[in-house]
Design a protein around this ligand. Structure first.
Ligand code: GAR
Length: 203
């Protein structure tokens, strides 16, 4: 090579810290806490619901918590700005939605571009919104599932990172189906979030 030596240097990115946003029972949050590749990078759990089980799980795991109350703000964008401030001041560079049931304004998304991940209990783009499990049953689909995607300014929308199917059984109720979907979420989401914190997600 004309006397020149070529040398390959492998760069390893520094993992990013994340805030997890959760409104409810927090079983997905628990699956993230239980994953050794994810837990050290969770610096905050924030919720819109005081007393939620998700906040108790964070407390038990020794993770800092914050509550941002929807009713204390005049608009979605004020609520979202307050939440973004809380996330930023925790030092988190990424946001992981784990059953967070408020719609975030575009200004929130702009503050963490390509750094917000969501898990949704359907095969998007089917059944976005608040009742995806019920809608899957009402439409009589034979297969539904789990989607993990990056969040853009639309609801349950953005580049899809991973999907897994779940069969709908003839005698399923919303509860029984959601329970099987959660089992799949608890496997898939921690794997994807572990890649997300190490910035090795491939779309
Ligand atoms: C999960 O199934 C999650 O996919 C869903 O809420 C549930 C939260 O359960 N999220 C959405 O519907 C977002 N559009 P969890 O509190 O037990 O993790």
């Amino acid at each position: 090579m004309d006397g020149l030596h070529s040398r390959r240097v492998a760069f390893r990115r520094t993992p990013i810290d994340i805030a997890v946003l959760a409104s409810g029972s927090g079983t997905n949050l628990q699956a993230l806490i239980d994953h050794p590749g994810v837990r050290p990078h969770i610096v905050l759990v924030a919720s819109d619901r005081p007393g939620s089980r998700a906040l108790a799980r964070a407390e038990d795991a020794g993770i800092g918590q914050a509550t941002v109350l929807w009713d204390e703000y005049k608009s979605r964008s004020d609520f979202s700005a307050a939440l973004a401030d809380v996330v930023e001041s925790s030092g988190a560079k990424g946001v992981v939605l784990a059953g967070f049931m408020r719609i975030l304004s575009p200004s929130f998304v702009d503050r963490f571009p390509d750094r917000i991940l969501n898990v949704h209990p359907s095969l998007l783009p089917s059944f976005p919104g608040a009742n995806p499990v019920e809608l899957a049953l009402q439409h009589g689909v034979k297969v539904t599932g789990v989607t993990v995607h990056l969040v853009d300014e639309l609801v349950d929308h953005g580049p899809i990172v991973a999907q897994r199917p779940v069969d709908v059984l003839p005698d399923d109720t919303p509860d029984s189906l959601h329970q099987r979907i959660r089992v799949v979420e608890h496997e898939l989401y921690p794997e994807v979030v572990a890649a997300f914190v190490e910035e090795r997600l491939q779309l």
